[in-house]
Design a protein around this ligand. Structure first.
Ligand code: ADP
Ligand code: MG
Length: 273
């Protein structure tokens, strides 16, 4: 279980990004962190892998608090998927997935691409799960579409058999149809292994569609923590209301654009849409 114990983080410039965040994420849950830009989602995700050590409170993973002294061990148990992919463009799809093993593989072996055969098998199996075809395994990551790259990033995040996968806006740069596909595969990979996923999203409709549970943020505080079905328009107004710039996102997402709906239904939008 992943536990946030009254986590507060104030950046050196005085910005309070998280305020007394306290909740538990049980093993295997697909938990979405929802909220407008600047609400504190990335900061909280970064406290789990110790990229940020909170100014107050603590993060506890299966009874073990994340501290500066156990970071290497904690990170070995965590997979990460970024918005900006972070694949190595020149490397093949397969090698990118295997690079997720670097924390546990000596650098010299990794440089010589000496990954044991069982790890290579595991990488291939994960790539198959995220629906990458065999012929794509030796293509360079830079030759793939955004959706394909994000599927490779999912495979890489799971290669170490992590307890927790952190996904920070994993579909922010993808169109709605591809986003759904990627989120479906991410959820399937987590279900398959009972891996906890903490996934930040700003798209309300994806949160409702994919989350087991939604924890919503506003100005660094949790303002909603419940099943997706409990997310009413009043709650949404509270999460997104009154924050400059964020209503644009909320409106788009509560009522998707005709163009996006068409794509989501597998149609090419008409000019009118
Ligand atoms: P989200 O991921 O929900 O968009 P963030 O966690 O990135 O939100 O940011 C939360 C708040 O912290 C925002 O006000 C943001 O501007 C601020 N912030 C993020 N990183 C830093 C930083 N390194 N220094 C100062 N303020 C930061
Ligand atoms: Mg963010």
């Amino acid at each position: 279980m992943l536990r946030f114990e009254s986590v507060t983080h104030v950046f050196p410039d005085g910005t309070r990004a998280n305020h007394k965040i306290a909740f538990d994420v049980p093993r295997g849950q697909f938990c979405v962190l929802l909220g407008p830009s600047g609400a504190g989602k990335s900061t909280l995700l970064n406290t789990v892998n110790g990229l940020i050590l909170p100014t107050e409170g603590k993060v506890v993973l299966d009874g073990e608090p994340v501290t500066s002294s156990n970071l290497a061990e904690i990170r070995r148990r965590i997979g990460m998927i970024h918005q900006q992919l972070h694949l190595v463009p020149r490397l093949s799809v397969l090698h990118n997935v295997l690079s997720g093993l670097l924390p546990v593989t000596p650098t010299w072996k990794a440089m010589l691409k000496l990954f044991p055969i069982d790890q290579q098998r595991r990488a291939c199996q994960l790539l198959e799960e995220v629906e990458m075809e065999e012929k794509q395994l030796y293509r360079r990551a830079s030759e793939l579409s955004g959706g394909q790259q994000q599927r490779v990033a999912i495979a890489r995040a799971f290669i170490n058999d992590p307890d927790v996968v952190l996904a920070d806006e994993p579909v922010a740069s993808l169109d709605p149809t591809v986003s759904r596909h990627v989120l479906r595969l991410l959820r399937a990979a987590s279900r398959q292994r009972d891996t906890t996923v903490l996934c930040s999203l700003h798209q309300v409709e994806f949160a409702i569609e994919f989350a087991d549970r939604i924890v919503a943020f506003r100005s660094g505080e949790v303002v909603f923590d419940d099943l997706p079905s409990a997310l009413t328009s009043d709650v949404l107004q509270h999460i997104y209301g009154g924050q400059e710039g964020d209503l644009v996102g909320a409106e788009t997402l509560v009522e998707p654009k005709a163009e996006d709906k068409a794509r989501a239904n597998g149609r090419v939008p008409t000019p009118a849409e």
